[in-house]
Design a protein around this ligand. Sequence first.
Ligand code: HEM
Length: 338
Amino acid sequence: MGMIKLIRESAMTLIDVWNNMIEAKGGAADIKIDQHMRSFSGDVISKACFGSDYSKGGEIFVKLRALLECASKKGFSFGIPFMKCLPTKSNREAWAPEKDLRTLILKVVKERNEVVTRRTCCKRFSGRSSEQCPDATDSFIVDNCKNIYLAGFETTALAATCCLMLLAANPEWQERVRGEVLGVCDGQAPDNDTIRKMKLLSVAINESLRLYPPVAIMSIEVFEEMKFGGVHVPKGVNIWALVLTLHTDPEVWGADSYQFNPDRFANGACKLPHLYMPFGVGPRVCLGQHLASAELKILLSLILSNFSFTLSPTYIHSPTLNLVIEPEHGVDLNVKKV
Ligand code: HEM
């Protein structure tokens, strides 16, 4: 319940900001929603995992985005051994935010409870005391915090952005989901119970994650020589699972595989459900999928019950692969109070 309250508070901050923007514009405002979604998911992850908020973690998120942009520019040189140690232009661009990030994250950790965190992490994972390996402990903490910030921030924000874009482009679905949300919540704020009852919202989110999976490619390293189908795969090779290709294959999803049709999840239209993997599969499946799902349902149900929206004429549809799939020019919505 604590987590739901925390998510609701972060979502209400966004609702207040949008209300003020709409009022200032006399009843309807064009809003580029991407940064608003990032502030929301950044706020939740900062509060839930680090006890701070988006304004405190703000600098960390700016550096993380810079790092993500550098990584996506590097593209395929990623997997080449030692490449990341060479002083190439793109590597130098990545080293600066990397260094700042380390300092910022260690500052947040120190503000929390340095002694407990350092001792616990160091003993549990390396078997040595933090005094014996201070640098390794810092790196361990920084890497894990970076993972959580990145995993829980950009992905959730993108999922919310794409779902709102699809609901704006499909007004009949927007109406159906809004009707369900208003009926289920009956004037109350969404909570654990009510979000479980929002079946149409769930299938709309599933369908959005099918068409725009934030993690469109998953890389899996082969630890031991193996046969994959008829192919011999040597140890150390990275196999890429093309999630977006699997999610849109007409043989699996039918002739309308590129259409937004959330009903396909209600009717069990997927012939091979294990090929739907927005959160990954197997032992390394996303640790935050239930948190992400609660965040999306609470945020979207509050937006739908407060506002109606259409795609703004300035919106240009251009999904781009930058490690994650994101709208190249952002998503512009025209938003009104309902
Ligand atoms: C819609 C939002 C999200 C999507 C689409 C998503 C997707 C994914 C995917 C595809 C993986 C890789 C799974 C694999 O390798 O098989 C992953 C891993 C992970 N995710 Fe998420 N994620 C989301 C939100 C979150 C949130 C909110 C957190 C919060 C902490 C989180 C934490 C993690 C962590 C820690 C891992 C690594 C798990 C491991 O390696 O054992 N994710 N996520």
